[in-house]
Design a protein around this ligand. Structure first.
Ligand code: PMP
Length: 291
């Protein structure tokens, strides 16, 4: 996510049904999720005051919690209402929104039945322009096996290796990491999905071993409606050399053009961003994005 601490985080954070001033919104150092990754979250965007695909994000939040065996005390409607209220309370129109469910308890046991589930929602102003200059670095780390953690849960626990992969990519002068799955097929980037193509067709990895992003699904729909063929298939690094376009998708990242992927042995270039720009224009239309 391209959001840094320099962005202004909401003055009021919604926590378990109440708005709390940011300065008062603290957690105990023994909070279980801080030690054991027991949290699930969402990343949402509002455009001119309207949250894009709010129902889909809330449903995924609930599903993520279920997959991680975290109880939820809130219904879909209550979470939607609280999310909209957080935006309004903080007077934000174009924002990045972060709902997070976490396990709290002053216990250092891996699990005990005193663990409580909490929900917080915060938002920050964010209105980036599209960028088409992404350089990716092939991570030496692979995605965790789909049998080891539920791949479709947006669980904090997944992000530990995304973080080190992105750090390694930045150490090599790139902006983000591209990750392979355990079978050496291309999976996704640290916090976004990936597409390859040329002017007439797109391909994207089958999203059964990593998060099937909401933006990924939206882009597949948009592309098909524009007469562009989209195939979901297993892809290796060798397979992608025949494409001249590449872009990543995500709620925070939106659609970002990739100019190169650096591997240990080579740099693969993607000089054609025609299809990326065409899809960005369509994405603006459907989201209401103005920048
Ligand atoms: N993969 C990962 C690991 C992510 O964190 C994200 C961002 N949520 C995505 C893909 C893209 O998902 P979405 O389009 O739903 O934001």
């Amino acid at each position: 996510m391209e959001l840094t601490s320099s962005k202004i985080i909401s003055n009021f954070i919604w926590i378990n049904g109440n708005f709390v001033e940011k300065s008062e919104a603290n957690i105990d150092l023994l909070t279980h999720s801080l030690h054991y990754g027991g949290a699930v979250f969402e990343g949402e965007r509002s455009y001119n005051g309207k949250i894009f695909k709010l129902d889909e994000h809330t449903d995924r939040l609930i599903e993520s919690a279920k997959l991680m065996h975290i109880d939820i005390n809130w219904s879909r409607d209550e979470i939607n209402e609280a999310t909209i209220a957080t935006l309004k309370k903080n007077n934000l129109k174009n924002a990045y929104i972060r709902p997070l469910i976490w396990r709290s308890s002053n216990s250092l046991m891996a699990y005990n039945n005193s663990l409580k589930s909490n929900l917080m929602i915060m938002a920050m102003e964010s209105n980036p322009a599209f960028k088409n200059d992404l350089k990716l670095f092939l991570s030496p780390w692979k995605k965790i096996s789909a049998n080891s953690m539920p791949a479709q849960s947006k669980s904090s626990a997944h992000y530990a290796m995304a973080t080190i992969s992105k750090k390694i990519a930045q150490d090599y002068g790139c902006s983000d990491a591209l990750l392979l799955d355990e079978f050496d097929n291309i999976a996704e980037c640290s916090t976004s999905n990936i597409f390859f193509g040329n002017d007439k067709e797109l391909v994207t990895p089958i999203a059964d071993r990593f998060l099937n992003g909401i933006t990924r699904k939206t882009i597949i729909e948009i592309a098909k409606s524009c007469g562009i063929s989209v195939k979901e298939k297993r892809l290796t690094i060798n397979d992608i050399c025949k494409y001249n376009s590449c872009f990543t998708t995500g709620t925070s990242a939106e659609i970002k053009g990739v100019i190169s992927i650096s591997t240990e042995n080579e740099i693969i270039n993607f000089p054609n961003n025609k299809i990326t720009i065409a899809l960005q224009e369509k994405y603006k239309e459907i989201t209401g994005k103005t920048t």
